[in-house]
Write a protein that binds this ligand. Structure first.
Ligand SMILES: [Fe+2]
Ligand SMILES: [Fe+2]
Length: 159
């Protein structure tokens, strides 16, 4: 759950940054709405961590700052790329959550329900971005995002 929590810290910061730099009104609105739902996810994850007696990543301020800067950068590239970045982020988050669901204890209904609800929201964020005309990111960019999130998940699993 700590890793999921960091993911939501990053998602929220990314989309806030992207919304700041968005050009079109609809793009900005959809980014703001997504950021708001990521804040809900963040609260659900924080709550579940508390219930399980765990702790959040110590590096959260760092994840937040880095993601915010990255979000602004993506936003400056224009709305099609901004939305493309959102769509790809969500695709990768959905994959991560699907993997987490597979690993989760089948008896842990509460965590499963929470992860599944986030997964459904992420899918909707991706679909909205695509409907608004998201471009398709070049494969090296997708790969770089994958590597960055791999680093983030590996580090935050421990710290
Ligand atoms: Fe989320
Ligand atoms: Fe999302």
């Amino acid at each position: 759950m700590r890793v999921n929590h960091v993911g939501e810290v990053c998602a929220q910061a990314l989309y806030e940054g992207q919304a700041l730099a968005a050009r079109g009104e609809r793009t900005r609105e959809s980014l703001e709405r997504a950021a708001e739902e990521e804040r809900d996810h963040l609260a659900w994850c924080a709550q579940r961590i508390r219930e399980l007696g765990g702790r959040a990543s110590l590096l959260n301020p760092l994840w937040y700052a880095g993601s915010l800067a990255l979000g602004v950068t993506a936003g400056l590239l224009g709305d099609r790329w901004n939305l493309a970045f959102l769509a790809e982020t969500e695709r990768q988050v959905e994959e991560h959550l699907a993997g987490h669901l597979e690993m989760l204890d089948p008896a842990d209904a509460r965590t499963r329900e929470l992860v599944a609800a986030m997964q459904a929201d992420e899918a909707r964020h991706r679909e909205t971005a695509m409907a608004l005309g998201a471009a398709e990111l070049p494969p090296p960019v997708k790969l770089a995002m994958r590597l960055a999130s791999k680093l983030m998940t590996t580090v935050s699993y421990r710290v």
